[in-house]
Design a protein around this ligand. Structure first.
Ligand SMILES: Cc1ncc(COP(=O)(O)O)c(C=O)c1O
Length: 280
């Protein structure tokens, strides 16, 4: 389908014809969850893992899953367009109730929306980005992929205001993740990333990287590390489905390594690209 065809509540429509009620709880309360699933060579990447996270996000906000994995696959696949790299954005809200009330509405079907967009690689993907750290002001349900992203938005904008591409968040002295990414650091030769908890989103890219590291004898640990350790790292990366693995060359105005993408990033990036190819 063409890129301006979207899916809304059982129908495929041109984007301009897709409309929802102003009483939708996604609009009024940010009461919903979402998923972002990349597609390479026309195939959804790690679809089952994305479905598992979708199921966990829905369970976390106590919203029934309207579809089985097979049904989701059949709904999303027609949105993909040919062989270019794309991603599906899928959002489910608690629907449009007759009146605005915090309590869950009864007999209200969820709103299901999905669209497909091209993956546009970040210009600095191969040269590296600058990041800035800041206190993590988010809530205690960061493991759910909730559409309620105001804190993340403020973090990202604060980074951009400081001429940086991403904010790295710090809670109780420890690194959690980026505003819209997970964080990896090479500390004393070991690839480190914070463990899964309610303080980070369990990134699918993160899991793929950890699996690649294990399969290739790259020492890695899921362990918390603090800001001092982060700034001592020889490499820092941020990872996400739409940006893949981005090397960080400067953090809080300090060069990371020699200020260029490091050797482990080059290796992991090659292995990651090969992993994408192998799933076709
Ligand atoms: C807060 C946050 N953490 C981590 C990630 C990375 O997750 P994934 O690799 O599944 O895209 C994202 C993705 O947008 C995110 O928003």
């Amino acid at each position: 389908m063409t890129n301006n065809t979207v899916y809304l509540n059982g129908q495929y429509l041109p984007l301009s014809e897709a409309k929802i009620s102003v009483l939708d709880r996604g609009f009024l309360f940010g009461d919903g969850i979402y998923e972002v699933i990349p597609s390479y060579f026309g195939r959804l990447f790690h679809f089952q893992e994305h479905m598992e996270r979708l199921e966990n996000s829905l369970a976390a906000i106590r919203l029934a899953n309207p579809h089985s994995r097979e049904q989701w696959f059949d709904i999303l696949n027609p949105l993909l367009d040919g062989n270019q790299d794309q991603y599906i954005y899928l959002q489910i809200t608690r629907g449009a109730a007759p009146k605005r009330d915090h309590a869950f509405p009864e007999n209200t079907p969820p709103t299901v929306f999905a669209m497909c967009s091209p993956i546009v690689p970040l210009a600095e993907r191969d040269t590296g980005i600058k990041v800035v750290t800041m206190p993590d002001t988010r809530w205690k349900l960061c493991n759910a992929k909730a559409i309620t992203l105001l804190a993340n938005i403020l973090h990202r904008q604060s980074a951009i205001d400081q001429h940086c591409a991403e904010a790295i968040l710090v809670k109780d002295g420890y690194i959690t993740e980026g505003a819209a990414s997970n964080v990896f650091a090479v500390i004393d030769g070991v690839l480190m990333t914070p463990p899964k908890s309610n303080e980070i989103l369990p990134g699918i890219t993160r899991d793929v990287i950890l699996e690649i590291a294990q399969n290739n004898d790259i020492p890695c640990k899921e362990e918390n590390f603090n800001l001092v350790a982060l700034l001592s790292a020889s490499e820092i990366w941020i990872t996400s489905s739409t940006r893949e693995i981005i090397p960080v060359i400067e953090c809080d105005g300090q060069l990371i390594g020699d200020g260029n993408p490091g050797p482990l990033w080059h290796r992991m990036n090659q292995l990651f690209q090969a992993n994408k190819q192998s799933l076709v």
